[in-house]
Write a protein that binds this ligand. Structure first.
Ligand code: G4P
Length: 195
């Protein structure tokens, strides 16, 4: 998505050869216009998949997931990393290990919001090692729901996640795929570069 790539080039900060900071429009401050376009693009790419629910993981997946759900006319559900005061006892849960943060989280969704009739579109802000998407798809499986596809805002193509998920036959749409962050330069995957 051209506008997203331009924004990454303009405002993204390379923290290391593996980590990109995009706090000014995605991970801290949110650009609602950009999120709207992201939601519209995901909706367009998954329109034929008869999605009934958009599912993400708190916190940075919520904005793009909500915009996608709005465009598709379905609810958005976010998995929680912490138990909240009001979170039901009846939960689907999975373990997610973050290689980036070196921490393990138990993620949960109430059984009230996912069922066997659902066709689920998973949305997340970053795809690195694929652990978040694998944890979310485990929850989809526990609910006997159908995984309709996965929408990623920024895929780091030089890490394993995309490969692992595509090998499983999962339909993934990434709006920007970064090939490399080395040498203080952001390089997008060739076929994704439209500029
Ligand atoms: P994985 O799910 O693909 O395996 O990714 P990983 O565990 O490595 O990522 C853990 C967290 O770090 C996720 O956020 C993910 O979005 C974020 N992350 C991974 N790589 C980058 C990067 O290059 N830049 C930025 N800005 N974030 C990255 P999270 O813990 O769920 O945080 P949040 O959603 O609450 O913001």
């Amino acid at each position: 998505m051209r506008r997203l790539e331009e924004r990454i080039l303009r405002d993204g900060k390379i923290l290391s050869s593996t980590v990109l900071k995009v706090d000014s429009f995605l991970n801290h401050q949110i650009d609602p216009e950009l999120m709207k376009e992201i939601g519209g693009t995901f909706a367009q790419r998954f329109r034929e998949k008869a999605v009934t629910k958009v599912v993400t993981l708190e916190s940075s997946g919520i904005a793009p997931a909500a915009m996608t759900a709005l465009e598709l006319g379905v609810p958005a559900v976010f998995a929680r990393k912490r138990k909240s005061l009001t979170l039901a006892d009846d939960l689907y849960s999975a373990e997610v290990y973050s290689y980036t943060k070196e921490e393990r989280n138990s993620i949960s969704i109430s059984k009230d919001f996912l069922s066997a009739e659902d066709r689920v579109l998973l949305i997340d802000d970053f795809l690195a090692n694929g652990q978040a998407v694998l944890g979310l798809s485990e929850i989809v499986k526990q609910a006997d729901a159908t995984l309709a596809g996965v929408g990623i805002v920024i895929e780091k193509g030089f890490q394993d996640g995309g490969h692992i998920l595509r090998e499983k036959g999962i339909h993934i749409e990434s709006l920007a795929i970064i090939d490399s962050l080395s040498g203080q330069k952001i390089r997008f995957q060739k076929e994704d570069v439209t500029v």
